[in-house]
Design a protein around this ligand. Structure first.
Ligand code: ADP
Ligand code: MG
Length: 221
């Protein structure tokens, strides 16, 4: 059984009376442990697709099976649990809490699941160690470089031991050297078992994943 199976997925945003088509009949299967890049121009539907894969939004039509289960049949509560436990999200703009330390930011997802209090900080420390930031535990966002901020975000995505890591333009706000290091790190995590999906409009980034999916005008080409 595939981890992700999308069949004939379409998404139309309704803006008042105007229908904005974003995805047009997408079918895509991704197996546990794969590394996949999804590349396309701005506005081609990449973020919309990742939001659907990440159970952040539902398609207008089509079927999404996650581990063989129809996502459309899940309650809001079940979806929240899936997002917390199965999926690690990484965004272009990091989304860290600016007034919290790196360690607190990384531990946050563990407050929303049943992780015992005594384990949270140990798990957060371990995740920061995995991204090479053990010596920055007590730094605030403003005391970290862009690349380090993205590492903290990756540690936060990792701390729940997710089955898949979804990264939306993870190098978009980084210089090319930090960007390369972030992709190195994501590929390392993929080597140790996490399914990895990277959205990008950068051909150099895209070609580093094992498989490349090209999207244009909401369609796979
Ligand atoms: P990409 O990530 O490839 O830049 P998006 O998935 O963000 O593309 O957007 C695809 C299309 O859907 C674009 O035309 C965009 O304007 C539109 N769109 C995206 N999000 C929304 C939304 N929340 N409401 C209405 N239209 C949207
Ligand atoms: Mg986008």
């Amino acid at each position: 059984m595939s981890l992700i199976s999308l069949s004939n997925i379409s998404k139309i945003y309704q803006m008042g009376k105007v229908a904005v088509p974003a995805l047009d009949n997408i079918s895509l299967t991704i197996e546990q442990g794969e590394s996949v890049s999804i590349i396309g121009r701005s506005g081609s539907g990449k973020t919309t697709l990742l939001d659907i894969i990440g159970c952040l939004s539902l398609p207008t039509s089509g079927e999404y099976l996650l581990n063989g289960n129809a996502v459309s049949s899940f309650s809001e509560e079940a979806l929240a649990k899936i997002r917390n436990q199965l999926i690690g999200f990484i965004f272009q703009t990091f989304h860290l809490l600016p007034r919290q330390t790196a360690l607190m930011n990384v531990s946050l997802p563990l407050f929303y699941n049943d992780t015992p209090k005594s384990e949270r900080m140990d798990r957060a420390r371990e995740a920061l160690r995995q991204v090479g930031l053990s010596d920055r535990e007590n730094h605030m966002q403003s005391e970290l470089s862009g690349g380090q901020q993205q590492r903290v975000a990756i540690a936060r995505a990792l701390v729940t031991h997710p089955k898949m890591i979804l990264a939306d333009e993870p190098t978009g706000n980084l210089d090319s050297k930090s960007g390369t290091e972030i992709i190195d790190l994501l590929l390392e995590l993929n080597q140790s078992g996490s399914t990895l999906i990277i959205i990008t409009h950068d051909a150099e980034v895209a070609k580093r994943a094992k498989r490349k999916v090209i999207i244009a005008d909401g369609k796979i080409v």
